[in-house]
Design a protein around this ligand. Structure first.
Ligand code: MSP
Length: 663
């Protein structure tokens, strides 16, 4: 693998909110970049926003805003979105920035000076959604199939780029570079497109019709066609043509796109570069479409849209990232939805990964004084050790071949093998026999080391959770080079006594995830009395903020009265059913007092005992003790009652230590 990596996403149109399609490509790019960086590459990741053109101009007008004010606002929503999803791009380019405009004008001038541009009158069918003229052949029943609308007939004076002159060269290049466009199906599609004349490309629009764009350097009455402008972002962000970033990263350029913008990237862009005398990119990676849970194209009217930010808020950004990578086959269309996400989360993350971590931590803390011992390996340990060592070597080529789901499945299979090892070796039995202490230490060491190995390979998908996983084992971050030798977890490591449950079991929300956007989600939703960071744009779907219901005057209590109620963070250590009582669970909780407390709670119909262990809840700590079914209950756990009577525990930030005061 090349030691330099330069990955780009498409720059997103700012005429609407960030959605699941944008999210998908951006997560894939982030995964690839993080993977390569962990594997020792010098990696650079670019995303940004596409802000010129007729479509944006119309959207700004519809919103009653000046185009610049409008694009500033929506571009910011993309930045916020990527922050919420843990995207670690190195740069965020906007086509309205001067650094970009200057490069567009410079490349246009070069191409013009080389005699590659001419002026002509043109009549054709224009789809504003695609921002391009369509050929009759591309239409389905006279409509653009991507935007379901009849293109407008337009006649206007345009400048044209002699694209057709580069067709033979491009065909030759694709034929002699098998990995230029991948997966292969898309390569064949482009080759077939190039087997017939492709014509020349109109690269300007009269300013009087589209005033929002970059003026042509030699004729300011025309602005640059939005695609000619936008594609150049991939080099303008690197400071083309000056050395530095451009010299370092451009030779490794790899674009990630969705299949709908294949022609622009596979035909317009390489021919533009060729005409300007700039070497072309290395790879064009083409992703399929994400469809609604019903397998149909997502649309507002079908109500099958999947809202990424509401999902991230509910299940965590890393869970969403993992799900998108694991449950799609890159290059193909895939159905996505909340139910699928919850199933994947519970199976892979809560059960296979999170549980193993919690069990290993608990045993080390209980029986080995919270210290990782030095292992003394036996033959029975070989399968796990050997598999761990070979794992990175199996995962690497899969990622290289864009088989992200298969790569993650390799790691999860390894995690499952660790689980089998754990249950076969029965460390909880070993713990009962003082003579088998060394064996207990070895088994737990191997599980911890295996989890460390898995955490590094899963980190590109779940950066935050994998760091937390290692922190829960007292282990530092590591690169891929640091997991190839078994035994990297240092014996003697102190395992923290407290750690948040990594992946609490998820339940499918009762109602569908409401339509929301990054700025419309709880993270940034305007709260009463607080100014929202930026005013919501008219296209946003910001959930209404509920007015607090005012209590009838007679029921009001003073702050002093409320202050008498001692609310505390309680960690559930154990939970069992109360015999012959359907509704009751007996909980053992830690409220930071040294001694543990017993609390009886009426939540048995809503939670299984094993779901509760490790959770942090809110306890009324100074409630007069009461005897329930013969058990003295010292406190009350708070829960909310849903509209259908279901109880949901009031949970609290797992970082807070038991005993923290809640007020
Ligand atoms: N601005 C252009 C790209 C210019 S790149 C020089 C553009 N922007 S876009 O915002 O409309 O779309 C960006 C990407 O999102 C496209 O690659 C498109 O394929 C992708 N997706 C939009 N909806 C999608 C799905 N439902 N599923 C997967 N990706 C899809 O095009």
């Amino acid at each position: 693998m090349s030691a330099i990596s330069y990955v780009t996403t498409p720059i997103y149109y700012v005429n609407g909110e960030p959605h699941i399609g944008h999210t998908y490509t951006t997560v894939v790019g982030d995964f690839l970049t993080r993977f390569r960086r962990l594997d020792g590459a010098e990696a650079y990741y670019l995303t940004g926003t596409d802000e010129h053109g007729e479509k944006i101009f119309q959207a700004a007008r519809a919103a009653g805003l000046e185009p610049q004010a409008f694009v500033d606002r929506i571009s910011e929503r993309f930045r916020v979105a990527w922050r919420l999803l843990g995207i670690g791009h190195d740069d965020f380019i906007r086509t309205t920035e001067e650094r970009h405009r200057a490069v567009v004008r410079q490349i246009l001038q070069t191409v013009y000076d080389r005699g590659e541009i001419y002026y002509d009158e043109y009549e054709g069918l224009y789809c504003v959604g695609c921002e391009r003229f369509m050929t009759e052949k591309e239409l389905v029943d006279g409509q653009c199939s991507d935007h379901q609308r009849v293109p407008e007939k337009r006649r206007e004076g345009n400048y044209f780029f002699r694209m057709e002159n580069h067709r033979d060269w491009l065909r030759g290049h694709i034929q002699s570079h098998p990995g230029f466009i991948r997966p292969e199906g898309y390569r064949n599609e482009v080759l077939s497109l190039l087997s017939e004349p492709i014509g020349d490309l109109s690269i300007s629009r009269p300013r009087e019709r589209v005033p929002w764009g970059i003026g042509l350097p030699w004729d300011d009455a025309h602005v640059t066609y939005v695609w000619f402008d936008a594609l150049i972002n991939y080099v303008s962000a690197l400071g083309f043509p000056q050395g530095g970033l451009f010299d370092r990263y451009w030779p490794a350029a790899e674009h990630l796109i969705g299949k709908d913008i294949l022609k622009a990237h596979a035909v317009f862009w390489p021919t533009m570069l060729h005409a300007a005398g700039v070497p072309v990119y290395q790879h064009l990676n083409v992703g399929g479409y994400l469809m609604g849970p019903d397998g149909r194209k997502m649309s507002k009217s079908l109500g099958n849209q999947v809202e990424p930010f509401a999902l991230a808020e509910r299940y965590g950004a890393d869970a969403l990232r993992y799900y998108l990578l694991k449950d799609t086959v890159y290059g193909q269309d895939s159905s996505v939805g909340e139910k699928f996400l919850v199933d994947r989360y519970n199976a892979d993350l809560a059960n296979d990964l999170g549980n193993l971590l919690a069990r290993a931590r608990a045993l080390i803390n209980r029986h080995l004084d919270g210290t990782l011992p030095a292992p003394v390996q036996e033959t029975a340990d070989q399968p796990v050790i050997a598999a761990g060592e070979a794992l990175a070597a199996r995962v690497r080529p899969l990622v290289h071949d864009l088989r992200f789901s298969a790569a993650l499945e390799e790691v999860m299979q390894y995690v499952r093998s660790l689980n089998r090892y754990f249950s076969d070796q029965e460390p909880w039995q070993l713990a009962r026999d003082p003579a088998r202490r060394e064996r207990l230490g070895t088994v737990l060491y191997n599980v911890v080391e295996g989890l460390r190995v898995a955490s590094v390979l899963l980190e590109p998908a779940m950066p935050e959770k994998c760091r937390q996983l290692r922190a829960g084992l007292g282990l530092p971050d590591a690169t891929m080079a640091q997991i190839t030798q078994w035994g990297g977890a240092p014996a003697g490591t102190r395992i923290p006594a407290e750690a948040p449950l990594l992946f609490p079991k998820a339940e499918m929300a009762a109602e569908a995830v409401p339509a929301s956007s990054p700025a419309g989600s709880a993270a940034a939703a305007p709260r009463p009395g607080a100014e929202p960071a930026s005013a919501p744009v008219p296209t946003a779907t910001v959930p209404p903020v509920a007015e607090p219901a005012s209590a009838p005057a007679g029921d009001e209590i003073s702050i002093e009265e409320f202050g008498r109620v001692q609310l505390r963070v309680a960690l559930v250590l154990a939970a069992t059913r109360v015999p012959k009582a359907d509704k009751l669970l007996q909980l053992t909780v830690d409220v930071g007092e040294g001694a543990q407390r017993t609390v009886v709670s009426g939540i048995a119909a809503h939670y299984a005992p094993e779901e509760l262990v490790g959770r942090k809840v809110v306890l009324v700590a100074n409630l007069k003790p009461a005897r329930l079914r013969g058990i003295l209950s010292a406190g009350m756990v708070l829960a909310a009652i849903g509209p259908d009577g279901t109880l949901k525990l009031v949970e609290i930030d797992p970082q807070l230590p038991p005993g923290s005061v809640v007020r």
